[in-house]
Ligand binder design. Structure first.
Ligand SMILES: Nc1ncnc2c1ncn2[C@@H]1O[C@H](COP(=O)(O)OP(=O)(O)OP(=O)(O)O)[C@@H](O)[C@H]1O
Length: 622
């Protein structure tokens, strides 16, 4: 097999077959040996270092038991199986300590191995031990991503024996499955921030769990300060014996956070450590640095498929483009596999996918099939995808950075941190023992930064400053940040909001700013939608904002660049890119999204579908 590396990256958009075409060997010759030919990973030693990161308490869970549990967990269909399963989780042994710690302290930090049961069990223990009930108040558990909030809520509602949306629910952007009887509510950190707009002291909740606190998204960081503030105010009020205010408990959770730093910030000394993983994961490192992560990911994935027993594969890639290229290559392989091999089904997971497509990764596949999930770092924390036994980690992710000098944000592909690599590895070993293939050497791992730089230190702060102002925090410079952003970033955000007339010359939020803050959008886009009403062009404004929500509506394969730009000409408007995009949308609608038309015109059909979904959701929001 020869993978034409120059063309490979653009293979998605043309019909060149890298497996079946003239570049390649015949299908029956595709075997393990062939897969390796054009790769730096050459033989069985490709993954030289192996390290078993099992921290299993072997007295409690023997290896045999692991296998049995794996089988059981796949078969568990009723409540008693789920109870047995829960009792085997490492956190189960700690439940008394955990509940006592919550009773005695205002704030606690829980650090536990990945898969030990923090996200699913902690809220259930609090209910089971009577700390939470419909009379006492609700628990909120925040997640940095909607896919995690939804899947955790679904799982916990099953374990809890209740219908999703009843005692256990979730709330993510454009989708709320909670009711007045919900006492355990999973929600994205963005949703809890929005709730603060109408309930600044979070009076609905008696306990707030900030899960995956290590992720340090901008929203999580602001939430830390806001929840801490709500706790202080509620404490003061209840000390003054104001019966309307109950104290608020805070729980910070993660497998990979700097517990001491969080303890200092939240003024607590209670750090609960949950030892043990449920199942071991073996880590294999590449024996030498990989020059092409996509090539290495393809080869490794197919090697696993050819050589390893059944079990699904989760591959981490930096972004949508790489995911789509690999999807095409793997599907091409899939058509030429020997008949005695498992079939392959690819599933994609990246932020721009609509929620219902994201949650498809959890759907079971038919017998005789191996699921290969191609994901960005949105699959990195919190989630359990049943059946995943192998993780392939390219060590890459897209990092957003804002340049305050030119006021532009950029996305670049960079190496992940050690903590991210560990979280990725932790997506295996959740139902049975697993294997993680790191497409980087042990040395490269040792040289990685420990943590990813928090977003608040590198992103455009305008959206979050507007939200803080709308939440009544006027002194954004003096806000209680876990890590304060630079003055330059803050100044730039204030300037941008002033130009948009969201703030007045004194830095106070205007009526327009308050309206803008209600939109879950960049301030500039929110303003476009608001102003479009006065200009009677709301439809076009929604369309343009939706068109800008995807990476690109065009594709331009390297070997067909000229042809692609020729085809693009008919859409081009002298009024600029935005009207060009609108022209594409109009034609797409006339063509009813016809795939042949998209292909001929070099239009990215998947992204156009996302645009349509985003338009529908925006209309719903309005
Ligand atoms: N949606 C799910 N489907 C099936 N099993 C699940 C699901 N969610 C969790 N589990 C099971 O429960 C175990 C504990 O999951 P949980 O998310 O509570 O762990 P965690 O300690 O929070 O992990 P992490 O730190 O990786 O988020 C998993 O290892 C898995 O076996």
């Amino acid at each position: 097999m020869k993978i034409n590396k120059k063309r490979k990256r653009h293979s998605i958009s043309n019909d060149n077959k890298y497996i079946n075409g003239k570049d390649l060997d015949e299908p029956e010759q595709i075997n393990r040996k062939n897969l390796k030919v054009n790769n730096n990973i050459k033989d069985d030693n490709q993954f030289s270092k192996m390290e078993d990161i099992s921290k299993v308490d072997n007295k409690r869970i023997s290896h045999k038991k692991s296998n049995d549990s794996s089988k059981n967990s796949r078969e568990k269909k009723n409540g008693s199986d789920l109870i047995k399963f829960r009792k085997n989780l490492p956190i189960w042994q700690e439940r008394n300590n955990l509940v006592q710690a919550v009773k005695k302290n205002e704030t606690i930090i829980i650090m536990g191995e990945m898969g030990s049961g923090k996200s699913t069990q902690t809220p259930q223990f609090l209910v089971e031990f009577g700390l939470i009930s419909s009379k006492k108040g609700v628990i909120a558990i925040t997640q940095p991503r909607r896919v995690a909030a939804i899947s955790l809520a679904s799982r916990v509602s099953q374990e809890f024996g209740t219908q999703l949306g009843q005692k256990v629910g979730y709330s993510v952007r454009f989708d709320d499955k909670s009711s007045h009887s919900t006492i355990i509510k999973y929600l994205t950190d963005g949703m809890l921030l929005r709730e603060l707009l109408s309930d600044p002291l979070l009076l609905k909740y008696s306990i707030v769990i900030l899960d995956e606190a290590h992720e340090r998204t901008m929203r999580t960081d602001i939430l830390f300060g806001m929840v801490k503030r709500a706790q202080e105010i509620r404490k003061n009020k209840s000390n003054q014996e104001d019966k309307n205010y109950e104290p608020l408990k805070i729980i910070i959770m993660s497998a990979t956070l700097d517990a001491e730093k969080f303890a200092r910030y939240f003024n607590t000394s209670t750090i609960l450590k949950i030892p043990g993983r449920q199942f071991p994961v073996t880590i294999n490192y590449a024996s030498e640095p990989q020059s092409d992560y996509l090539d290495a990911a393809l080869t490794t994935t197919m090697q696993i498929h050819m050589d390893q027993p059944k079990g699904d594969i989760l591959v981490f890639l930096p972004g949508q483009e790489d995911i789509e290229i690999l999807e095409k290559l793997i599907n091409d392989y899939g058509t030429s596999l020997p008949p005695d091999k498992l079939k392959v089904i690819t599933c994609l997971l990246f932020a721009a996918l609509p929620t219902e497509q994201q949650t498809k990764v959890f759907d079971p596949v038919p017998p005789g099939t191996r699921k290969i999930i191609l994901a960005t770092n949105i699959a990195e924390t919190s989630i359990t995808i049943r059946g995943v036994q192998y993780v392939v980690d390219t060590a890459k992710c897209k990092i957003r950075k804002f340049n305050p000098r030119i006021g532009m944000e950029s996305l670049s592909i960079e190496n992940i941190s050690k903590n991210s690599a560990d979280q990725r590895m932790g997506r295996a070993g959740r139902e049975a023992s697993g294997v993680c293939y790191r497409l980087f050497t042990k040395d490269e791992y040792n040289r990685m930064e420990k943590d990813t730089e928090p977003e608040i230190k590198r992103c455009n702060l305008a959206p979050i400053i507007l939200l803080l102002k709308a939440l009544g925090i006027d002194d954004v410079l003096g806000f209680d940040y876990l890590d304060a952003p630079s003055r330059t970033l803050l100044k730039r955000a204030l300037e941008q909001l002033f130009i948009l007339k969201a703030l007045d010359s004194q830095g106070r939020i205007t009526e327009l700013g308050k309206k803008m803050a209600e939109f879950p959008l960049e301030p500039a886009y929110a303003k476009v939608l608001i102003v479009s009403q006065e200009m009677s062009c709301t439809r076009e404004a929604i369309e343009i904002v939706s068109l800008l929500s995807v990476e690109s509506i065009f594709f331009s394969p390297q070997d067909q660049r000229e042809h692609a730009s020729e085809m693009k000409k008919k859409f081009i408007s002298p009024f600029g890119d935005l009207i060009t995009f609108l022209n594409v949308l109009r034609s797409y609608e006339v063509q009813k999204g016809n795939s042949e038309w998209c292909h001929q015109n070099f239009i990215n059909r998947r992204n156009m579908k996302h645009v349509i979904v985003s338009m529908i959701l925006s209309c719903k929001f309005k």
